[in-house]
Ligand binder design. Structure first.
Ligand code: FAD
Ligand code: NAP
Ligand code: SF4
Length: 681
């Protein structure tokens, strides 16, 4: 018995599906990466999946592939509809099966319905989605019949392309789920009206797919278990559909939570780990076939607990497989502290996918770049000094040392991590500690010589005669030019978040970027963090896991604990406050600050700070905000005090991360830039 089987007996037990077996209970969940549409995309996809297959997962689900043109997410996206598509997908299935013959790979079939981002979208009724500019065409009965047949043809072609199975996505607000609820299905024919009629479409799809692919082929149905919309399904309807889908030939049911239109976060870092698995557990008691659960399961112990609790038969981990292709292998080998954990930031995955960019990962910039970004052993070993152990310095040192370079890392403070040590103090960002744990272990494994509490100066570096000097010294906060900026009411965000200065009851925050928002959350928060407590999460977002009203949320009030502070969050721009935050997470921060009574104001002009408070003009109206403190979150500037002396002395100096460009710097850019430079040194 290996370490994995001993420590995670449920995760590492095989699952018998009758005609085939899964080697363990870990599924790499479906993610559309945009490699599907990239130049030479299928070879790149093959390399990406091969790394994950070798990394130990029992089954992989591809990103969503459309069964027809109307169902595609955008013009020119990947489909499975003809012989060319079959040949392309063969590249992927052959590569995966050759690399890991005991790993299954299934293709997800996704018809976007009214979420299609093109004018040819269709839906049960012609009702526009808030998140698409296009109004869909109402499907005729002929369209419905044809579409069901195209689903079946798509599945048959997937089988021909070498897949072990398919997944039908019947959730998230895509076409199939649009048939299920009256909000989007207002038909009066046999496809609308009663629930029996509304669920006819998915049931018919599963039935015809099973007929098209035969018995020995995995058919997963992804069911809308909790739409998180008040107009969503009742629990009885979910169970009725699950039983019907099982009866017509599904092999496995995968549970899915939320529609893309819902206003409840399900993936963000403020969502607790395994927040939704109990819902899968309830459905599992009603059905006989295996169930998959998902959402915020990012470490092997979390997966094991979910399985041991009887909540599911298989655990889906999607983003965690971007962050670390070897997550399962590391769990099997007892190398859990080497796992590069998904911190649920969404910054390089979901934010990219929803803005049409190639998906990757903040903590692992190699994700989806497997054919281009490789950390090969060096043939020219160098002595390298890296100054600053923030995300940029950590990524550079560990990557360069892993390649065989001799690296010394200098850090002024008493710990590695840079600004991530501050970020992790924000309620809801506790996961950021995982990245620091990962890097601490990598420093040890790669043999980087770490010198803490060592604010290095230029002469010291010159004396050491390093071959390369990497300045990863980060940033210094910008001090805006406002009269009275020296007043003792004024506090930096660093002093605020590090608890260095007491903060009064009434506060104005200047600057509403990511750090302004985080500072407001830090000050307005009370009670435990939702990220660490399912009950708090459910209360804050108005979810009733126990009684499961319609959509899980109908009629449920949200309640939020708030500190006694009165907080103004200000920006000069006239655009809505929070517009610059992450595409898929910004709204969650805005909603939460509104719930915590933070007053967000745009169009501000700052005049002066004095004993009376902050003198401002807000949208043309002069005011004095009578505040105890003014906290400055007005962006940052590069900290590169060593650069000029080193440059003048002729050293090979490279700037990276915030020390290079501070504007719009985030950890995604810092880690990616550092990794790319270290791969090439
Ligand atoms: P830093 O993290 O600033 O690290 C620089 C390091 O250099 C420091 O440890 C410093 O002590 C050291 N140093 C400086 N001078 C010397 C010297 N002379 N000798 C030795 N050491 C020196 N980013 C995101 O992507 N997502 C987020 O959600 C997010 N949230 C954040 C929340 C907060 C509250 C904060 C403050 C930041 C957040 N960030 C976030 C930003 C992110 O942390 C930074 O973009 C990132 O840390 C920049 O990395 P860096 O390595 O360039 O610089
Ligand atoms: P930022 O996003 O650039 O925001 C700076 C804010 O200060 C803006 O609201 C800006 O808006 C204001 N400002 C700029 N210059 C000013 C001046 N001279 N006087 C007054 N106000 C001024 O920077 P940040 O908030 O410091 O964040 C730094 C980086 O960390 C960001 O790039 C961000 O990506 C990253 N981060 C990300 C997250 C996340 O959740 N993804 C969280 C925290 C931080 P106006 O000019 O309109 O006033
Ligand atoms: Fe996870 Fe963030 Fe990486 Fe996405 S970008 S996989 S959320 S760590």
């Amino acid at each position: 018995m290996n370490h994995g089987q001993q420590k995670y007996p449920h995760l590492f037990s095989p699952l018998d599906l009758g005609f085939t077996q899964l080697k363990n209970r870990a599924l790499m969940g479906s993610m559309h990466t945009m490699l599907e549409e990239a130049h030479d995309g299928f070879n790149k996809l093959a390399a990406y999946f091969v790394e994950r297959a070798k990394g130990g997962v029992g089954m992989i689900m591809t990103g969503g592939i459309a069964p027809n043109l109307e169902g595609s997410p955008f013009t020119g996206s990947a489909m499975m509809a003809n012989a060319t598509d079959v040949a392309n997908h063969r590249i992927v299935t052959d590569a995966v099966h050759n690399a890991a013959p005991d790993c299954k790979i299934c293709m997800q079939i996704l018809h976007n319905g009214r979420y299609a981002y093109h004018p040819d979208g269709v839906a049960p009724s012609s009702i526009k989605a808030r998140i698409s500019p296009f109004k869909p065409k109402e499907m005729t009965r002929e369209d419905i019949e044809r579409t069901i047949n195209e689903f079946a043809q798509c599945a048959a072609l997937a089988k021909e392309a070498g897949y072990d199975g398919i997944e039908i996505i019947g959730s998230a607000g895509y076409l199939i789920s649009e048939f299920l609820i009256e909000l989007t299905n207002q038909r009066t024919d046999e496809w609308g009206g009663s629930y029996d009629n509304r669920m006819r479409f998915p049931v018919e799809i599963v039935k015809r797919i099973r007929a098209a692919v035969g018995e020995d082929f995995i058919v997963v149905y992804r069911i809308a278990t909790m739409e998180l919309l008040p107009q969503g399904s009742s629990w009885e309807e979910v169970v009725q559909l699950g039983k019907a889908v099982e009866a017509v030939g599904a092999t496995i049911i995968s549970t899915h939570f939320t529609w893309h239109e819902a206003r409840v976060p399900t993936l963000a870092t403020m969502v607790p780990r395994a927040a939704f698995t109990q819902v899968t557990g309830r459905l599992r008691k009603e059905l006989s076939i295996p169930l998959i659960t998902s959402n915020r399961i990012n470490m092997p112990d979390v997966a094991e607990q979910v399985l041991a609790d009887g909540d599911a038969d298989i655990v889906s981990m999607a983003r965690p497989m971007l962050a670390d292709a070897e997550l399962i292998l590391k769990a099997e080998q007892g190398r859990e502290d080497e796992i590069n954990t998904c911190i649920a930031c969404n910054q390089a995955c979901m934010d990219h996918a929803f803005s049409g960019q190639l998906v990757s990962c903040l903590v692992n910039p190699r994700a989806c770049h497997e054919t281009e970004l490789n950390y090969l052993p060096t043939t020219n070993k160098k002595r390298i000094a890296v100054i600053g152990a923030g995300p940029a310095g950590l990524a550079y040192s560990t990557t360069a040392a892993q390649r065989g370079h001799n690296v010394t890392l200098y850090e002024a403070s008493d710990k590695v991590g840079g600004q991530f040590n501050i970020a992790k103090r924000i309620p809801g960002k506790e996961e950021f500690e995982e990245t620091l744990r990962y890097y601490r272990k990598q420093l040890e494994l790669t043999g980087v010589s770490v010198k803490l509490e060592h604010r290095v100066n230029a002469q010291e570096l010159l004396d050491e005669k390093f071959d390369e000097i990497i300045l990863a010294t980060g940033i210094q906060p910008r001090t805006p030019d406002i009269e009275g900026i020296e007043h003792n009411k004024v506090v930096s965000y660093l002093d605020t978040l590090q608890g260095n200065k007491p903060i009064g009851k009434k506060v104005a925050i200047i600057g509403a970027g990511g750090i302004g928002f985080d500072t407001a959350e830090y000050l307005a928060h009370a009670g435990v963090s939702s990220a660490t407590c399912k009950t708090t999460f459910a209360k804050e977002w108005g979810i009733d896991f126990d009684n499961h009203p319609r959509g899980g949320v109908a009629g449920v009030e949200s309640t939020v604990e708030t500190s006694d502070k009165e907080i103004y969050l200000l920006q000069r721009k006239t655009t809505s406050v929070g517009k610059t935050l992450g595409r898929t997470t910004g709204w969650t921060h805005r909603i939460m600050l509104e719930k915590r009574n933070v007053k967000m104001m745009n169009g501000c002009e700052y005049h002066k700070i004095d004993d009376q408070g902050l003198h401002v003009t807000i949208n043309g109206e002069a005011k004095i905000l009578d505040v105890d403190n003014v906290i400055i979150c007005a962006g940052q500037q590069p900290l590169r005090e060593l650069y000029d002396d080193l440059e003048k002395a002729g050293s090979n100096v490279t700037l990276v991360g915030g020390a290079d460009v501070a504007a719009e710097l985030d950890a995604k850019r810092a880690i990616k830039q550092a990794s790319e430079l270290a791969a090439a040194v």
